[in-house]
Design a protein around this ligand. Sequence first.
Ligand SMILES: Cc1cc2nc3c(=O)[nH]c(=O)nc-3n(C[C@H](O)[C@H](O)[C@H](O)COP(=O)(O)OP(=O)(O)OC[C@H]3O[C@@H](n4cnc5c(N)ncnc54)[C@H](O)[C@@H]3O)c2cc1C
Length: 460
Amino acid sequence: MKHEFQSYFKKLLGDENAYFDEIHKRAYSYDATKKHYLPDGVLFPRNEEDIVAILRFCNEKQIIIIPRGCGSGFTGGALAVNGGLILSFEKHMNKIIEIDLENLVAVVQPGVINIHLQKEAAKHGLFYPPDPASMEYSSLGGNVSENAGGMRAAKYGITKDYVMALRAVLPNGEIIRAGKRTIKDVAGYNLAGILIASEGSLAVLSELTLKLIALPQYKKTAMGIFPDVKTAMYAVYKSLAGGVNPVSMEFLDNLSIRAVEAKFNKGLPVEAGAILIVDVDGNLVEALEEDLKKLEKYFLEAGALKFQKAKDEKEAADIWFARRNCSQSIAMYGTLKLNEDITVPRSKLPHLLEGIEKVSQKYGFKIPCFGHTGDGNVHTNVMVEDKNDSLAVQRGYEAVEEIFKLTIELGGTLSGEHGIGLSKAPFMKLAFTEAEMNLMRNIKKAFDPNNILNPFKMGL
Ligand SMILES: Cc1cc2nc3c(=O)[nH]c(=O)nc-3n(C[C@H](O)[C@H](O)[C@H](O)COP(=O)(O)OP(=O)(O)OC[C@H]3O[C@@H](n4cnc5c(N)ncnc54)[C@H](O)[C@@H]3O)c2cc1C
């Protein structure tokens, strides 16, 4: 980075908020993909005015800017793949600005960590439902930019369902407001809708207005134990189609169960082909019991071996701990994990899992699967034993491509929550026509004609 540019940013933000040294560049060179790309510097804006000044300057000088929340992204969205400056909100822009108790709305800066909003809302008897497994180390700006999902989406939906309005800074430094603090707003194009899941490629989100709801008083947890994956998947869509409305319906296959047990020993049934973890919530304990009874009936009809209610909060917490720690546990199956978050219509889940088993047999890779099956969202993990074996890695990607093709054939999508970023960019052509891709490229151009904001991602 040219010395005169460095001087500009240091003068604008102060030495303590503009870094060009090796240590900072390395610290911000990676995300959860574990790939490394060295940026040219790291900036910590103190407020929206700083973002405006930074973007205006970068647009004029054609300097790449990569907005970054906590770097927990699984698809490389926050990586400086072609250099440029990291714009981080974690140091200053991490405040909850307002909890509006009359309209049930929270106004936050983009760097607020998800769990901090959940805790603050709960103090007022309110609830912010989107809870990615990364909720303790992902930011709301990152959640909105990826349209994060979570464990409660089956009943409460995903991040987009809670974004009422936002403020954002365009690459040329102009500030836009999209949406309102109203339940309804159909005036003009849905600009907030375009910015949600735009992965930092269109504008920098500077303030978010998020919907809160009343915190349900009671919650109960149970686990269905199944002989195989197919019966578990059948139970998912049969019970949901039958009108039960659980908060979550999470799935672990046998490989995932064994991995979590090997690491944490939480008492999961290691012989089971699959388990489904369900939560129900509400304000009437009797209604929750009724919901569990219905779920038990549907699960047993589908072929479950057992339906087990958590006997106390500790047992429920252990079950959920196991689910939340699947991702790290399966590392025992290989040194390279090619993890995807494909999503299909729920009735297609049995076909999807059957197809993945065939891919596993064909390529000889273990493919542990777990995820948010209540939303049709499955995390598939092609495990390559030795990441230095280039042939095996290549075959791993071939297996991933087959899984994507199958997903699309089943009417599904490449990503239910992690986004496209770098990792899935090569597969966009499987899911979109040239006309659709061109439309997306034109949207990018309309927001960012000089291509300075997180460029060369999402296959654009
Ligand atoms: C163990 C683990 C479990 C996970 N579980 C889930 C899960 O259950 N559900 C789920 O959806 N995801 C999950 N994720 C993925 C990840 O946590 C989410 O994608 C999360 O939303 C990323 O937030 P972040 O703050 O870390 O964003 P980052 O990774 O820093 O950035 C993500 C993208 O957002 C952009 N961005 C960030 N802030 C802004 C801003 N203010 N303005 C514009 N663009 C911005 C970046 O440029 C980048 O493209 C998991 C990750 C891990 C490591």
